[in-house]
Design a protein around this ligand. Structure first.
Ligand code: BG6
Ligand code: MG
Length: 215
């Protein structure tokens, strides 16, 4: 029985994976190439800078450092714009209840996200107070699949990696969790999250069924 639960943010707690994709697709289109949902799978879980590298690779482009910094900033501006009206209604099904259930069960709860926008998103969703530790893209130097983000989360929870379970929607995140020596629950498609210990379609699937009123 694990004592700590570490959650990825984008695609696990909130449906921002879609907004990331739309912003990258818009950038690709400005650069003159198509970028499909299937192409986008490799970008999930990895840092903004690494995502841009993968996008440019898909478009067969090689650009200089300054140009890349400007493009990453532009993508982020579009992404942040798309979050402007975000509120608790964009939490994925079961996310809030599952976080509450983990806390009620006495588990320590951390966020382990690659996003530099994670703090702002937690505030907007009104769930910042549900985490005992928040590790995001502003606090790590090595992006997933490097295990740094999860190892730091375990350390801040004062738990051994083997006492933690990770919830992840990205193949890079599943790999990071395994390299950290943690068990991992994949959220999404079992064909993509092959290396997870268990795969479910969403956190709602891990909640006990709502009781049915009898009267
Ligand atoms: C991850 C997303 O959570 O955060 C990636 O899955 C994203 O798609 C990465 O690139 C970095 O996010 P941000 O908000 O710092 O650009
Ligand atoms: Mg994710």
């Amino acid at each position: 029985q694990s004592r700590g639960a570490i959650f990825d943010l984008d695609g696990v707690i909130v449906d921002t994976a879609r907004y990331h994709y739309l912003a990258w697709r818009r950038l690709a289109s400005e650069l003159g190439f198509e970028f499909s949902l299937a192409d986008n799978e490799r970008l999930k879980g990895v840092s903004r800078a690494r995502s841009l590298e993968l996008l440019l690779e898909a478009g067969g482009l090689s650009l200089g450092v300054e140009k890349k910094a400007a493009l990453a900033e532009k993508k982020n501006r579009w992404y942040v714009e798309s979050l402007a009206r975000m509120d608790g209604s964009e939490l994925l099904p079961g996310a809030r209840d599952y976080l509450l259930a983990q806390r009620a069960a006495g588990r320590r709860v951390a966020l382990g996200s690659a996003s530099k926008n994670a703090g702002m998103i937690l505030q907007r969703l009104g769930i910042a107070g549900l985490f005992d530790a928040v590790i995001d893209g502003t606090r790590v130097t090595n992006a997933k699949p490097d295990p740094e983000v999860f190892l730091l989360a375990a350390r801040e929870l004062a738990l051994a990696p083997a006492d933690c379970v990770v919830f992840e929607d990205a193949a890079a995140g599943v790999e990071a969790a395994r390299r950290a020596g943690m068990r991992v629950v994949g959220i999404g498609d079992a064909a993509i999250l092959r290396d997870a210990d268990l795969v479910v379609s969403g956190l709602d699937r891990l909640l006990p069924a709502a009781s049915v009123p009898t009267a």
